[in-house]
Design a protein around this ligand. Structure first.
Ligand code: ZN
Length: 347
């Protein structure tokens, strides 16, 4: 069909000359309109016959092209739209995504539950990750990759050879470096659009102000004492705490959120376990892929929490048994007389 060929030739010419999209669109539209007019007014003329198309066919083809272009334009507008701020979720970043970001986060943008608004929420989110160990590794990698805008990473340890069996965020060449610095460097390399702040120390119950600067705290530490301190700071600051734990072949994940009527850690574990009952990974051992599974679930739950997608783990705990490939869910109600979160809880 010479008619279609002439349109194709014009588009090719526009591409070669690198004409702006609008100019190319106007030229193509003009040619299409001229041919439509010719087919409509003088269908029997020699020129109209040489085009080799009926007016109906020409109009249907043009209509289809307009539909495709409109769909693309609407999609682009929707993606750039900044979302409304909802209660309990971080305020959305009010900037616009660059083309590189749209490309990078394309698989999120097409998800109904995340889309443009959810991605902007991730970009505006501030997350404190405590512990750059086995759980912290996948949490940090996936949150960085997902485009969580500001991540603070707290740990006072250095990378050692025995970490590398499961802490996949580190390279062998980074042994001896501060874990926070090594992790932050690798996260920045994975995604330059985010900001990572390394904190070379542990988090204590007195860190209320620091915790309050964040939308979510993620605990991947491995001792009851450390967890207890982080829980107290989160309860006092009113910031939700996503906690994971692993031992040998089994792990668990839950969300502590007394401010939204959930329990705090002390509601479930009021006292430290007896010595020897809950040994750290160093004594009891842990299979290398287990923190990958549990840490990835934590990253997933964090993304859900920050974007408002699906059902979170507030009031329930997911338990994973790697040795038998089983998962189960248990209810985790708040304890009315909990000394830590009583008075901080909202019904
Ligand atoms: Zn409590």
């Amino acid at each position: 069909m010479p008619g279609l060929l002439s349109i194709a030739a014009l588009v090719a010419l526009a591409l070669v000359l690198r004409l702006p999209g609008r100019v190319a669109l106007a030229m193509t539209g003009g040619l299409w309109l001229a041919i439509a007019l010719l087919l409509g007014t003088a269908p029997e003329s020699g020129l109209a016959r040489s085009i080799g198309a009926s007016l109906t066919g020409w109009l249907v083809g043009g209509g289809f092209a307009v539909l495709v272009l409109t769909y693309r334009m609407v999609l682009r507008r929707l993606r750039a739209l900044a979302p409304e701020a909802d209660a309990g979720m971080p305020p959305a970043d009010d900037g616009q995504m660059s083309d590189a970001e749209i490309d990078r986060y394309a698989r999120h943008l097409v998800l109904r539950e995340i889309g443009g608004p959810g991605q902007m929420r991730l970009r505006g989110a501030r997350v404190l990750v405590v512990g750059a160990g086995g759980l912290g590794a996948p949490v940090c990698l996936y949150l960085a990759a997902a485009g969580v805008g500001r991540i603070t990473l707290a740990d006072d340890d250095t990378v050692s050879l025995s970490n590398l069996q499961r802490q996949v965020i580190f390279r062998s060449s980074q042994c001896g470096e501060m874990k926070t610095d090594a992790a932050a460097a690798n996260m920045a390399e994975l995604n330059p659009h985010i900001e990572v702040t390394p904190l070379h120390r542990r988090i204590t119950g007195a860190d209320t102000d620091l915790v309050a600067e964040h939308d979510l705290v993620i605990d991947g530490t491995d001792s009851f004492a450390a967890r207890d301190e982080i829980n107290r700071a989160c309860v006092a600051a009113g910031v939700p705490l996503l906690a994971g734990a692993i031992a040998q072949w089994e792990g668990q994940v839950t969300l502590y959120d007394p401010a939204q009527s959930g329990p705090c850690m002390a509601c479930l574990f009021p006292e430290a376990p007896a010595p020897g009952l809950a040994p750290a990974c160093a004594e009891a051992g842990v299979v290398g892929a287990l923190p990958g599974v549990i840490g990835s679930i934590m990253a997933l739950e964090a993304i859900k929490h920050l974007t408002g997608a699906g059902e979170g783990l507030r009031g329930r705990m997911l338990i994973f048994d790697g040795l038998y490939g089983e998962t189960r869910m248990i209810a985790t109600p708040a304890r009315e007389d909990c000394p830590v979160c009583r008075g901080h809880r909202h019904a």
